[in-house]
Design a protein around this ligand. Structure first.
Ligand SMILES: O=C(O)COP(=O)(O)O
Ligand SMILES: [Mg+2]
Length: 225
């Protein structure tokens, strides 16, 4: 059976972004390592692994922060200063990060910055490009991220530390921030609600959306043994 890397938003969640309780048992019982790969900052996937009751193996911040319980080390990559420069210029043009109240999207974020989808995307992309950065539109946030960081580099980092390779992983996700890991994994599944970029990088597109799609993918991965 392959090891597993799964995205959070759009893949383990329902349409309202709440965790679908059907993910608990299959992830707990998966016989190979399970990696939670997300654009969210570290506390979210750490908490998720702890509440699921699985070892903490995570790719956070779109690959900017990678932690493995196996060697108990966090590896950071990215260009936080450049992300700040992008947001500074974006603010000068009259826009903002856009999060209401306390900004939990960025509070613990260490290698990139995330802008609310309420804000305009095009000026953000233009400024990011000028600063040598890029923007991932996950459908849940716009992430200002360095070009040499993505969930694919995160997965490569994980596999080099686990002593296997990305080919030994099956991955499931829903958006353009998953595409890089889709391209290097042994098998890649986009759930039906995935964006076009994720769908075109995937080997399979599930019939079901959200966790219906995840469960369908897990069944196919099990049967492929
Ligand atoms: O943080 C986001 O924007 C999306 O998170 P995800 O990568 O878990 O879907
Ligand atoms: Mg997602």
């Amino acid at each position: 059976m392959r090891a597993l890397a799964v995205d959070i938003d759009g893949t383990l969640t329902r349409a309202d972004q709440s965790l679908d309780p059907r993910v608990f048992e299959p992830l707990r019982e998966w016989p190979e390592p399970v990696v939670i790969a997300t654009g969210k900052s570290l506390p979210y996937p750490v908490g998720l692994c702890e509440f699921l009751g699985i070892p903490v193996r995570i790719i956070a911040e779109n690959g900017g922060a990678v932690y493995l319980a196996d060697d108990d080390e966090i590896v950071f990559t990215g260009d936080r200063e450049a992300a700040h420069r992008v947001i500074e210029q974006y603010s000068e043009e009259g826009y903002s990060l856009g999060w209401e109240g306390v900004d939990f999207a960025n509070r613990w974020r260490e290698t990139e910055l995330a802008v609310s989808c309420d804000q305009p995307l095009e000026p953000l992309r233009e400024i990011a490009e000028r600063e040598g950065m890029r923007v991932f539109d996950t459908g849940y946030a716009y992430h200002v991220t360095a070009h040499d960081v993505d969930k694919g580099t995160g997965l490569t980092n994980i596999t080099s530390r686990l002593g296997n390779d990305p080919e030994s992983f099956a991955v499931v996700g829903d958006s353009e921030n998953d595409a890089a890991m889709f391209e290097i994994a042994g098998e890649a599944y986009a759930v039906a609600n995935a964006d076009d970029r994720a769908k075109s990088a995937a080997d399979h597109i599930t019939d079901g959306a959200f966790v219906d799609g995840l469960l369908e993918a897990l069944e196919m991965i099990r049967n492929d043994r």
